[in-house]
Write a protein that binds this ligand. Structure first.
Ligand code: NAD
Ligand code: 89V
Length: 343
């Protein structure tokens, strides 16, 4: 099999993880990078030994010579870059959040469809190994038919030191972090039909909301709570762990702090350690997220090779993004918002 060649646009804070992931990937490698900031371009180029460096995406696409592009810029540039990739017939990965608006997100999916190129959102939280372990347990039938769930991310970690832009946007936690938790709720419980949300800002130094609670109605009849906070001071800081509670007709599943998976079923109670691997280039506490980057990249390579639609394709991720939009609307208007208002 020939090795897939990729180009990465956006050499910032998170792209370093993506570059490490690609260095480990079987069947793909990054041959060119692009960033409008020369300092970032040089750091990433020198660290990963990439000779082809571009300060503009137009120049990168004009030179070509790659099978896919990995867009790791912040949200404002996503639509323009995805449409540029589609116009050049290049398969595309785009970081979350998908787009600033639902209209932009739908246009990006349509552009890739028209061009016949694969399009995946880098929605990596569902690829975290503890989340996969929980999903495998649910799918095994051990706890019976699921009727209720909770996906919870509560922390006081200083995310603003690594990602200062997070403090400045009108929208914060649902768009940046809740989006992952909402996607996990879809992954575990299926698509949602409506959401009821409440938000709050506790930290006076930031512009957006840092606490959000969402109640989801899922098509399968399951009710779930998705709650997230960056204002929650706990004795042991859990960042960046997503905790789960799932109730089924035969038992319960709990993914609790320190990656402890507890499954209670008619056969008894089993507690296991589902710690993610600490990859050689990874660092705690980020290793959970870092491992998932490699796993979603592997999925992308397999999907391109097999001509399969990725699990978090643009089309699929419209459902997650609609939950983000509906949550903000629900919180603003204090009403339950059906997803049909966005999809
Ligand atoms: P960042 O600001 O540190 O990096 C973005 C980089 O993109 C910067 O170096 C900037 O110069 C460059 N850039 C922006 N627009 C460009 C353009 N048009 N052409 C070329 N270069 C351009 O941001 P970050 O924290 O690395 O976040 C990037 C994206 O990754 C965001 O969408 C963020 O939400 C997402 N993210 C995802 C995860 C995850 O686990 N999936 C974690 C952190 C961040
Ligand atoms: O995953 C993310 O998008 C990150 C973080 C986990 C820090 O919120 O912004």
């Amino acid at each position: 099999m020939t090795e897939l060649k990729g180009a990465l646009i956006g050499c910032g804070f998170f792209a370093v993880n993506q570059m490490h992931g690609w260095s480990d990937a079987a069947g793909a490698r990054i041959v060119a990078i692009c960033d409008r900031d020369p300092a970032r371009l040089q750091i990433v180029g020198d660290t990963f030994g990439i000779e082809r460096r571009y300060s503009s995406a137009e120049a990168l696409f004009a030179d070509g010579g790659f099978d896919f592009v990995d867009i790791a810029t912040t949200v404002a540039s996503h639509r323009r870059l995805v449409e540029m990739a589609a116009a050049n017939g290049v398969a595309t990965i785009c970081q979350k959040p998908f787009a600033p608006t639902m209209e932009d997100a739908a246009a990006m999916v349509a552009a890739c469809d028209r061009a016949g190129v694969a399009f995946m959102i880098h929605e990596n939280f569902r690829w975290q190994s503890p989340i996969r372990a929980a999903k495998a347990t649910i799918d095994s039938g051990a706890i019976g038919e699921v009727f209720w769930g909770r996906v919870s991310f509560r922390s006081a970690y200083d995310v603003f030191s690594g990602q200062p832009y997070l403090a400045t946007g009108k929208r914060f936690i649902i768009e940046d972090l809740g989006i992952h938790a909402l996607d996990i709720a879809r992954f575990l419980f299926g698509n949602a039909t409506a959401v009821t949300a409440r938000t709050r800002r506790v930290n006076p130094a930031i512009a957006g909301e840092d606490v959000a609670t969402m109640m989801l109605d899922h098509a399968a009849g399951i009710t779930s709570i998705v709650d997230c906070s960056y204002a929650t001071r706990l004795p042991v800081e859990p960042f960046p762990e997503t905790l789960l509670e799932v109730d089924g007709s035969k038992g319960t599943l709990r993914l609790s702090q320190s990656y402890r998976l507890s499954v209670h079923s008619p056969d008894g109670t089993e507690v296991s350690d589902v710690q993610p691997r600490l990859l050689p280039w990874a660092s705690r506490p980020w290793h959970n997220i870092q491992e998932s980057v490699g796993l979603i990249q592997r999925h992308w390579v397999e999907c391109l090779r097999d001509g399969r639609e990725p699990d978090t394709s643009g089309r699929d991720n419209l459902q997650t993004f609609a939950l983000v939009e509906a949550s903000y609307l629900s919180a603003a208007e204090k009403r339950t918002v059906p997803l049909s208002e966005f999809l």
